[in-house]
Design a protein around this ligand. Structure first.
Ligand code: FUB
Length: 377
């Protein structure tokens, strides 16, 4: 893809310079307005697509009738549930802060197999029902514990500061009821919640530039902070242990350290390796895999550690740049195979109108991940 062909929510300086761990419990079926949305998805390269360019892509859109992005996939009760952003053409002009990503609700989708039909379970949460929300519902995640499903979401508050909220439901498809306030101590974007095999849950979060992580570098909000450091170490994603009730943090927010092969923190100048946004974590062969988007270099990279708290050592690229500016994913095991859910802009050709996809992900015998190229250049 062409680098920086579209300014997402990057500051002018950059434009000028470079132009859900599943728990299996009976699912309560309270969803309404479910709709079957599609025919099977191709998970291997094929020319037998729906149009003449389909062969260019490794996979086809899972939801052709709606724009969806940032897919967080989980297996609950033997079924795949996808919690994506719901992209819309809101008419909000594109600017350096990503105001054009002006999403207003979430739908939940599900499928009983990777190649099966996708069901749209309708609106699971609407921004108008979140008392503290201002605008821009960005990438969510979901978790299950205590007989309840939890939807975690970033949204700007009425002061235009990104915070992370939580909403609950007895069904994986919602509707989700939001808590009256954002999670205390939360900030920035892209929450993901990982529950380890011992039952402890952790939230990982953060995103630089339009995601505002840099504004919290001193511990206090500073709207004048540069989008990221030009020298020194790259900004680090954040993590916190979740309380038993899953509605807040237990203990402090900590840095997630991503190290190079020499045990040093990744420098701010290494844009092809440094954390930008879209944190995800999965556990494979007793190792913890922290994966994330490198933002302006458009990769999904990964780093491996021995503890959910890190440190994580950079290992390489999971998913090469896709069509569109953003790259955002989730990694989930289903029936003995691993899959990556991701998005691109195949259906619209527009940065802010994306469509979710899935393809298989393979771990090598040495624990590394086989790099995926999802689009032919
Ligand atoms: O969908 C809005 C934002 O774009 C997400 O929060 C980021 O991860 C990027 O995909």
């Amino acid at each position: 893809m062409t680098k920086l062909k579209s300014a997402k929510y990057l500051p002018l300086v950059f434009v000028a310079a470079s132009a859900f761990t599943s728990a299996c419990q009976k699912q309560t079926n309270t969803e309404t307005a479910s709709t079957e949305v599609q025919s099977p998805v191709a998970t291997t390269p094929t020319t037998a697509g729906t149009d003449s360019t389909a062969g260019k892509y490794l996979s086809q859109p899972l939801v052709p009738g709606m724009y969806t992005a940032d897919p967080s996939a989980h297996v609950f009760n033997g079924r795949i549930y996808i919690y994506p952003s719901h992209d819309i053409e809101a008419g909000t002009p594109e600017n350096d802060n990503g105001d054009h990503f002006d999403m207003r609700d979430y739908h939940v989708f599900s499928m009983d197999s990777i190649n099966g039909k996708v069901t749209d379970h309708g609106v699971a949460l609407d921004i108008k029902d979140i008392p503290w929300a201002g605008r821009q519902l960005w990438a969510p995640d979901a978790a299950y514990k205590n007989g309840k499903y939890y939807l975690y979401f970033p949204v700007k508050d009425k002061q235009d500061v990104f915070r992370i909220g939580v909403a609950t439901s007895t069904s994986p498809t919602g509707p989700f009821k939001p808590e009256p306030k954002p999670i205390a101590g939360s900030f920035s974007i892209d929450p993901t919640v990982f529950t380890d095999t011992d039952g402890t849950s952790y939230m990982y979060f953060g995103g630089i530039w339009g995601g505002q992580l840099q504004r919290w570098a001193t511990g206090k909000y500073d709207s004048t902070a540069a989008p990221e450091p030009a020298t020194g170490n790259a900004l680090l994603p954040k993590m916190a242990k979740m309380r038993a009730d899953m509605l807040g943090f237990e203990g402090p927010v900590k840095d997630v350290r991503i190290l190079d092969e020499n045990g040093k923190l990744i420098p701010a100048t290494e844009h092809n390796k440094r954390f930008f946004e879209a944190a995800w974590i999965h556990k494979y062969n007793n190792k913890y895999y922290f994966s994330y988007s490198t933002g302006d270099t458009h990769n999904i990279a990964y780093a491996v550690g021995d503890s959910p708290a890190g440190p994580f050592t950079y290992k390489g690229v999971v998913l090469k740049p896709v069509e569109g500016w953003t790259n955002h994913h989730s990694i989930v095991e289903f029936k003995g195979k691993w899959y990556i859910f991701y998005h691109d802009t195949q259906l619209s050709g527009k940065t802010h109108l994306r469509n979710i996809k899935v393809t298989e992900l393979k771990h090598n015998p040495d624990g590394t991940i086989q790099t995926i190229t999802a689009v032919k250049s």
